[in-house]
Every structure is written in C-alpha cells, then in structure tokens.
Design a protein around this ligand. Sequence first.
Ligand code: NAP
Length: 513
Amino acid sequence: MVAVDHNHVLLCTQLECKTMEEMLTSMDQAKAEGANIVEFCFDSMNFTNISQVDYLINRKALPAIFSYRFNSPHGECKSNCIQVLKRALDLEAEFVEMDYEVASEMSIGEYKYNRSRSKVIVSSYVNDGKPSTEKLGDLIASMQSIGADVIKLEIAVDSINDLPPIFQMLTLCQVPLIAIAVGSRGLISQLLGPKFGGFLVYGSLGSKSVAGFPTLSSLRQVYKVENLKADTKVFGLVSNPVGHSKGPILHNHAFRHARYNGIYVPMLVDDVKEFFKTYTATDFAGFSVGIPHKEAAMACCDEVHPLAKSIGAVNTIIRRPMDGKLIGYNTDCDASISAIEDALRERQVCKGVASDTSPLAGKIFVLVGAGGAGRALAFGAKNKGARVVIFNRNYERAQALAHAVSGEALPYECLHKFYPENGMIFANASAIGMEPNSNESPLPKDALKAYELVFDAVYTPRNTRLLQEAKDVGACVVSGIEMFIRQALGQFRLFTGGLAPEVYMRNLVLEQF
Ligand code: NAP
C-alpha cells in the first residue's frame, strides 16, 4: 500500500477516464505534476467487471480515493456502485468515497468495524440556495453520525460572496472536511482551503484550467498551498474578468522572495459593494482592484488617499491592521508619471541639463483616453505642472476629465493635426493597440515627430506599434510594462508595509511575462 503523508496538504486530481489504461496514464501525469493523491472516479469508466478495482489497486503509484458517484451523469447502476465501493473497502484502498445516500444504505459502521485501514469519505452535493453556517453545520453533523471519516461537500454558489460560511465550516468542523465551492466563482475555496484547515485541495491536470479548479502546477509553483498557515494573510485581485491577470504569479513569488507570510489570489467579483460588506475578516488583508471595479470600490473604503480621491478611482485597498478600516490608494498614477519623469531626466542628463523641478513642468501633455488609466495620468501630469490636453473617443468624458484637471479637451478627430509645438509628451491610456488589435495605433507615424517622449499604457504586447513607430522617428519611449512593474511595487509596499524586492520583481516580469 502507498502511504498517505499526513504532514503535507493533500493535492488531489480527479481522474475521469473511460478505460483503466487511461486512468493509469493520467495518474502518472498527476504524480509528475505534483499530486500526492488521485481520485479514480469509477462512475466515469466503462464498468465491465469488478476485477477492475483490483487492477487499479495493484498498479497505482499514489494513494488513491476510489469513488463512485451514484448521482453523477455517468453513474447509472446502483448495484455497480455498491459492488465497486465494497470491493475497494475489502481491498483496503486508502480512501473510499460514496454519496451520503449510499453511505446511509450501506451501513458503513459495519465495514469500519471490520477494517481499520480504509477511510470512508461521505460526500454530498449542496444545491439548495445560499449556503449558511447553520445549514452546512446540520448537514455535517448528520454525515458525521453515520460514521464518515472524512466529509466532502460540493457546494453550488452564485457568487464569491457565498464563500465565507464555507471557510467558517472548514475552521470549525471536528472531522476532516473537504469543501468545494463549485465553478469559477468558487475558485478560492480550493486556493485558501488549507489556510482554514481543509483536508484536501483539488487541482486539474495540464495547463487547461477547469472552472473552479486551479491547475496542479499553479498550486505547486504559484500558490504553494502547502505553505499556508492559519495566520497567512490573504490578498486578492478583485476584478471581472480575473483569469488573465499575471498578478498572482508576480505577488506570490515576491511574497516568498521577501519571506512574507501571504498569498495573493484571483477573486472573481460581480458585486463589489456586497463583496466588501461580506469579507470583513482580518485574514483578508488587502486587495488589488481591477476592471470594472476601480471607481465603485472607492465608495467601499473608509478612507481614501487624497490623490486617489481626486482621480476618482482606487487600484489598491488595504485593511488597516489597527482598526480594520479599508484604506484606498491609486498606485497607477505614481507608476506611470514616475516612469515618464525618469525617462525624461535620463535624457536631460545625457544632454548635460539638470533641474530640480519635474521635467514635465510646463510641457504639453497629450493624453488619449479618459478611463481609469487616463484619469490617473491626467491628475499625475497636472500635479507635475504639465498642460494637459485630452482626446477621447467619447468627447464628453474627455471634457469632464479636462475640467477636473483644469486642462483642455479637443475632439478626437483633431488628434493627428494637433501640433502647437515640438517636444510634447504623448501618452496613450486608451485600449488602442492592445491585443488582439496590436496592429492599431492611436497616431500615425508622421504625427509622432512632434513628440519628445511617447508613453503607452498598453502592455500586451509589450512593444506596441505606437512605441515601435515613435522609436523610428527618434522619440524617447516608455512602455506600459514599466508602469505595470511600478504599480505592482507600490502595491507590494502597501500590502506588506515593507520594501519591495524591486530587482527580483522587475526581472520576473521582464523574463516571464
Ligand atoms: P477603461 O477605464 O475601460 O478605459 C478605456 C479607454 O480606452 C477609454 O478612454 C475608451 O474610450 C478608450 N478606448 C477603448 N477602445 C477604444 C477604441 N477602439 N478607440 C478609441 N478609444 C478606445 O480602461 P483603463 O483601465 O483606463 O485601461 C486603458 C488601457 O490602459 C488598457 O489598455 C489597459 O490595459 C492599460 N492599463 C495599463 C496599466 C499598466 O500597468 N501598464 C494599468 C492600467 C491600465 P471611451 O471613453 O470612448 O470608451
């Protein structure tokens, strides 16, 4: 028998295959990807003979759960189900998993009396509305009373806001508990399970992510869930969509590099107001805020940094440890403006010019875009003494922003003819040029000659058409990746209260993203 290592969190992959050969091949893959236990889902197989259980038990290279979900789309025959489960118990598989209904019928107490080595997982699918601690607690008590060694709950959720009772149950439950909130809105039930005492985490094979299940490799390499402790601080990216973000890779690696006891997870949030009302525990120590919540999240903060307040958007929220209040910041502004200033200063040094004032002071700062990034750039440039001129597809939005920064808004069609002087600054804060439209640019190449420096907030691709053409005409260029790195450094400092490992984070972004 392959031993279960109780000192490590169990990382499990559910194997749903038609044949035994496929089961064994997938098991080998799961082992190579870091699983320390697999679940043979018998209800997915073409069941021909009970000796199939013997075959898998004799050949498995990892501890295993033998499950047969009678109510699964595949599991048709109850007698097959009971035969398989009994045989797995007879052969002392490490774990045998059965539905609550089947477990009640089989009187598992008798089996357990005769056998000490198989642990029985009793599972139930909970799909009767919003989960509550009372409902889950009652169900767990009745599952425990029929002799479950481990309880598994698969819980249908509509929103990430349904998860806190599940975390509470994981903390309180007297028997080992596996709790899965089903679907992409339940993903953090897996990522944070070990922090709250969860018995096992499910990870999917390969790079294809299954909704609600992280990949095994991300559990091992990005989240390192085996390191989670009860006092690990949780940080999250509150956004929708959230799956594309590189934030988890960057922040989790940076936390580990700095030996900071934290985890950073994607949080797919629909209703941001409800989210901050629900997640009030001090475990949830800070948040990045992404599209489309940057403005609405500001209203959820107890205090907002004056710059973020004037911008009207927060991209970072910290729960202040001393009183639990939510404090909002905007690290996009400083990130983009400091990147532009540093590039201009470098140019000044090369020309032998030095000045104490901002190199943006007195310059015409042409901004395309009046969304979240545009607002951050407009306020930042204005604070440095630049004359801000805004072009935006939606002219009214440009006018509103121009009014807020005492700048000027001009119709979008006038952008390429705008040439009041040489040596201006151009900043693209619109989505133009972003993948998959990477052959687009907000300005024709010829018109770029009027600019000393061109900045592009777009960072996918890293070298946009705008930047390539600006370089061709001799302008200094600053990439959105520099803004991305700097806003992440700012967030890291706010999250941890310490210095960010700048060289490490910069190299990670430049090498891996
Ligand atoms: P947002 O709030 O949704 O604003 C989008 C802006 O792009 C609006 O001004 C919109 O104009 C404009 N726009 C979109 N599609 C357009 C098109 N086809 N033609 C002309 N204008 C168009 O988004 P955001 O957060 O400000 O992000 C804007 C860009 O900045 C994105 O590419 C984003 O990836 C990038 N960004 C980069 C960083 C970084 O760290 N480098 C950080 C934040 C954002 P309308 O008002 O007319 O709709």
